[in-house]
Design a binder for this molecule. Sequence first.
Ligand code: FES
Length: 117
Amino acid sequence: MQPTSRDPSASGEAAQPPRWVPVAASDELREDVGIERAVEGQLLALFRHGGQVYAIEALCAHHGGPLAEGQVVGGCVTCPWHGWQYQLADGVHTGSGTPLIGSYPAREVEGRIEVQI
Ligand code: FES
């Protein structure tokens, strides 16, 4: 799921196609230990879990807890502040089944982590 963004056509700006942006070196991202990165005006939490890399919005939809500091289990991260859980793959809040935070396509290429934004 791509996060909702403003409509650039409303302001006369040309829409930019999504592109892959390098956000970290591969060795910065350890299994089940999140890191936070600011990327083009978005604060993202990056994770490596089960052979995949993931990028979701960094701040919890509840009260802005730092999701990169959360515990990762079974493809989900638990917010360290009050325990809300989100699926890494799509930002779905497991309690409601609703995508409460944005997620971004992420990949690992030639020793770096890239996010499509
Ligand atoms: S701020 Fe994340 S659960 Fe409350």
